[in-house]
Design a protein around this ligand. Structure first.
Ligand code: CP3
Length: 341
């Protein structure tokens, strides 16, 4: 398939010659050419804010592996800066002025219409101009719940104590924060699509921290508000609910074309529970630490349990920095050589 995108066809559940493949966090530290750009740039945020560098590292995994989609190099937290949040990475994220009390919400200033991330739009245009026509370009953002965890905790959390304290103590204010984030990210993704993104992925990385009922209110409800606000865009919407195995029933009516699955979910069972969506995933990223013959066997097992139509091969979460480049090749080449028998 050259010209028409295998990835976009699979997202729309149209027939394809083989499953398309891309990898969450495909532009990253496991690649020596990424580490080289990062060393010269001096820091991760500089790479995000410099369109030439962001475009370069977005294209690196495409050149090396011939993937079916590129995801624009950025972070889910960078669009919080235009809201008034001070952000640093060392290497994990640190927010200098987190929101701890309902009164702190007044500090959030949402640009309307969306602005402040023009560098992402420039990078998207540069990447689209360089990409082969059959390779799709994916834009992304964080889901409201996942962004709220960073906004309240001030960084990555293990226990989520502060964000849960806020949510249980001030449920109405917390709902307002989630709605604000949904509307802001809708504006951000509209700009990304106008700049050339042909699909969008919403990362809900921390759904697994919530009980089912709380996940419905604090994760799925605002994610739905965001996804619905993208309904006027003619691009596939991917919702990745990491740790959402306890919510398969609820995911069945999410307003999106594709559901991303983490590696804890049985792909065959998910396909039966989610007949209306295309599915994306879901090899355990840890399998890539094993030997290539095991990677090939586990990848084939995944492909055989995947639906024949409406399926995008991927890992079940981001690739880790310690994966040897030849091990990712074993995964990608197994998908590229796969034909359904
Ligand atoms: O290749 C791609 O997937 C595109 C780029 C991308 C990055 N972050 C670059 C990055 C994407 C899509 C993200 C999403 C992201 N960022 C998520 C959602 C996906 C997930 O993993 O669940 C989250 C939760 C973040 C927040 C974040 N950014 C954390 C917790 C960290 C530190 C952890 C780490 O990996 O070091 C980051 C930093 C980050 N974002 C790096 C990259 C390549 C590493 C920075 C570096 O080069 O030092």
């Amino acid at each position: 398939m050259s010209g028409a995108s295998r990835f976009l066809a699979a997202c729309r559940r149209q027939p394809v010659d083989r499953p398309p493949v891309w990898v969450m966090r495909q532009a990253g530290r496991y690649l020596p050419e990424y580490r080289e750009v990062r060393r010269r740039a001096g820091g991760f945020l500089t790479m995000c804010r410099t369109p030439e560098l962001a475009a370069e590292v977005t294209l690196q995994p495409i050149r090396r592996y011939g993937l079916d989609a590129a995801i624009i190099f950025s972070d889910i937290l960078t669009p919080l800066e235009p809201l008034g949040i001070q952000l640093e990475f060392s290497p994990g994220p640190h927010l200098a002025n987190p929101l701890r009390e309902p009164g702190d919400l007044e500090r959030l200033t949402v640009p309307e219409p969306w602005s402040g991330t023009g560098y992402v739009e420039v990078a998207l245009r540069m990447v689209r101009a360089e990409l082969p026509p059959g390779v799709a370009l994916i834009g992304f953002c964080g889901a409201p719940w996942t962004l709220a965890t960073y906004l309240v905790e001030g960084g990555t959390s293990k226990s989520f104590s502060r964000v849960k304290r806020f949510a249980f103590a001030h449920p109405e204010a917390f709902d307002r924060l989630l709605d604000t984030l949904a509307d802001a990210m809708a504006g951000y993704l509209h700009r990304q699509v106008a700049a050339g993104a042909q699909a969008v992925q919403v990362f809900d990385s921390w759904v697994g921290a919530l009980a089912a009922g709380d996940a419905r209110r604090w994760a799925l409800r605002p994610a739905r508000r965001l996804l619905e606000a993208l309904g006027d865009l003619d691009v596939p919407r991917i919702y990745f609910a990491n740790g959402g195995a306890h919510l398969l029933h609820d995911l069945a009516d999410m307003p999106c074309e594709v559901l991303g699955l983490d590696w804890r979910v049985d792909l065959g069972m998910a396909a039966r529970a989610l007949p209306r969506h295309a599915l994306q995933g879901n090899l355990d990223p840890g399998v890539l630490m094993g030997p290539p013959e095991v990677i090939r066997a586990r990848t084939l097992e995944m492909l055989r349990s995947a639906p024949g139509r409406g399926y995008v091969a991927n890992l079940g979460h981001g690739i880790t920095p310690d994966v040897p480049v030849a091990h990712l090749a074993a995964f990608v080449e197994t998908v590229q050589g796969f034909t359904r028998g």
